[in-house]
Design a protein. Structure first.
Length: 270
């Protein structure tokens, strides 16, 4: 095994993606992850000055010139990453003008980064403006949040309030709410740029009839956001066919949680 495959962050990505696959969130080649890494994290494992090949970007990101990202490959399966990271992941460095990605390691079968790369770089850009410690963008297809967009209005405030009302944990974990985009063609620059706009104000974005993208300081934090949103959506979907009286966490109860945990929620949403 090459040295980079033994790098702690690469091993962590393998563990997280294996878990996401087992949970049914990332079927086949569905989903993608990118992690912003410092050169000091990786230089003992790989020659960061050696460029294997250049990969063009449809949208330039000059603000990331010289920055490194580990990105899942297009068409690759999450279930295979842990056992073969060099084929399924790539380490890229953004070119000086931001228009290309220099491949430093990975994609050994001749592949490239995820087709959602514009969304990823746009999300990193916007979240770094909010939190300089932001590092991870994680996209998946969780069954329940995807199902919820089939039967629930495409309104991010209503969606957030419904998720908050399902489980006390939800408002504690994502008091800033959940953004939502109506259906768009995936992998296009248009959805990537529209998503970036949402990430100016949100850490969580639902794509109607497609999936969910989350951001975080670490893989663990991003995964935790995703599993909490999915748990709220699972509760919502499971109670839809119940004929029993429905109970819900109403606004007064949510405000009590907010006061007790001393958290700030999105203004005007509660």
């Amino acid at each position: 095994m090459d040295k980079m495959s033994k790098c702690p962050i690469v091993k962590e990505i393998g563990e997280i993606t294996s878990n996401m696959y087992r949970l049914g969130w990332n079927e086949r080649n569905g989903g993608n992850i990118s992690v912003l890494v410092d050169e000091k994290e990786i230089k003992r494992y790989v020659n960061t000055r050696k460029i294997i090949r250049d990969l063009p970007l449809a949208v330039a990101f000059p603000e990331f010139a010289g920055r490194y990202f580990i990105v899942t490959g297009t068409g690759k399966y999450f279930k295979n990453i842990a056992n073969n990271p060099a084929e399924n992941l790539g380490l890229i460095r953004i070119s000086d003008d931001g228009s290309r990605a220099h491949l430093i390691w990975g994609y050994t079968a001749g592949g490239s980064f995820t087709s959602e790369i514009i969304m990823h770089l746009g999300a990193h850009k916007q979240r770094l403006n909010v939190d300089p410690d932001q590092r991870v963008v994680m996209h998946a297809h969780p069954v329940n949040i995807l199902s919820m967009t089939h039967v629930f209005p495409w309104d991010e405030k209503k969606l957030t309030k419904e998720l908050w009302s399902t489980c006390t944990e939800c408002i504690v974990i994502f008091p800033d709410g959940v953004a939502l985009l109506p259906w768009m063609v995936s992998s296009s620059p248009e959805i990537g740029l529209a998503s970036a706009e949402k990430f100016k104000d949100f850490r969580i974005l639902v794509w109607a009839l497609h999936g969910c993208t989350v951001t975080g300081k670490s893989l663990d934090e991003a995964f935790g956001l995703l599993e909490t949103v999915e748990k709220g959506a699972e509760i919502y979907m499971k109670i839809q066919n119940s004929n029993n009286e429905r109970h819900s966490i109403e606004d007064g109860m949510l405000k009590a949680v907010v006061d007790d945990f001393n958290i700030s929620v999105r203004e005007g949403w509660l």
